[in-house]
Design a protein. Structure first.
Length: 109
């Protein structure tokens, strides 16, 4: 299995130098790509390459190319901390309130 698995969203996939993310009892491989609006996307796949979750969202805001917007609510609750601990992203520097939830903007490492 290669860490360059295409997941059918966005463009420009690359691995994270074999880094893994521990979340919900799983050891996951981050796949970095781009949404159609150009923002960074993070999908996590299991060790067999099967899709597990999408950690990011695209939103109608301007952010730098090296930044990502993280969804840390609902089924994604706790992923922000897991991505920081795995050194995939830095701690968020900005919050975006959207209705009843908050999105987090962080720099991709």
């Amino acid at each position: 299995m290669t860490n360059m698995t295409k997941m059918g969203f966005g463009r420009q996939y690359r691995d994270m130098n074999a880094k893994t993310v521990k979340f919900m009892g799983e050891e996951l491989i981050p796949i970095i790509g781009q949404y159609v609006n150009g923002q960074t996307a993070i999908r996590l796949v299991d060790q067999d390459g099967h899709p597990f979750m999408t950690a990011s969202v695209a939103h109608d805001v301007n952010i730098d190319d090296d930044c990502v917007i993280i969804k840390n609510y609902s089924e994604n609750e706790g992923i922000l901390e897991a991505l920081i601990e795995a050194e995939i992203i830095e701690k968020p520097f900005c919050e975006i309130p959207v209705n009843f939830v908050t999105l987090y903007v962080a720099v991709l490492k």
